[in-house]
Design a protein around this ligand. Sequence first.
Ligand code: AP5
Ligand code: ZN
Length: 219
Amino acid sequence: MNLLLFGPPGSGKGTQAQFLSVEYRIPQISTGDILRDDVKRATPLGRQAEVFMKRGDLVPDELMVEMIRERIRRADCSGGFMLDGFPRTVPQAEALDQMLDSIGQRIDRLLSLHVDAEELVTRLTERWTCPSCSLTYHPASNPPRDDQRCDADGAGLIRREDDNAETARRRAQVYFERTYPILDFYRPRGLVVEVDGNGPIQEVRNRVKVALQGEPRAA
Ligand code: AP5
Ligand code: ZN
């Protein structure tokens, strides 16, 4: 299964990706997580990306395309993969098609999560993130077992630099202007599955599971 995850910032892509990665036994490739790791290590890519990420803007296409080209060639993707956060622009979608064509693969499904605008800002500004493994937590809907520590590795949880209200709104705006329209790029292929991402995490998980089992259809 080669799966694409779409949805505005805070819609729960990373949260649902954890379940799907286990369910389908495919790696979750989060471009945001890869970029944040590069920023932390001050690599050439990280140094170039940081300024865009801080503002809530997209990192230039050519950097992102090269990152994904290198990532999906790795052995762990041979049985399928899940892209969380890529493609985000039409040129990225076109480049992904070419990459997959050249290795005889294709996208099987695109899962698009829909969440109300104000709920998105609340989720992001209250989110806690593990700097070590990137798991996310929320005090009301998904609290860690031990206050302020990651359940998986015990690391102290942090707030992402772009999880303030102003940058969260900017990220949402960028999503609706530049990323949401590319659903139309995939719709004619009958790949798009739309799911209501409002409500408790477990309920959304069940909706996603059912939706991916059936044929692609609108929510
Ligand atoms: P990225 O890291 O991809 O961030 P994003 O798209 O903004 O998505 P998030 O990680 O913020 O949200 P999510 O949907 O995964 O939500 P989560 O599951 O954590 O990108 C960051 C930046 O990198 C971009 O701004 C850009 O600069 C750059 N970038 C990345 N990819 C790029 C690309 N391809 N091209 C160019 N630039 C790129 O959930 C959010 C919170 O809500 C959590 O606290 C969670 O516990 C909670 N929650 C989840 N589900 C529910 C629920 N059902 N009910 C209640 N709470 C819930
Ligand atoms: Zn962790």
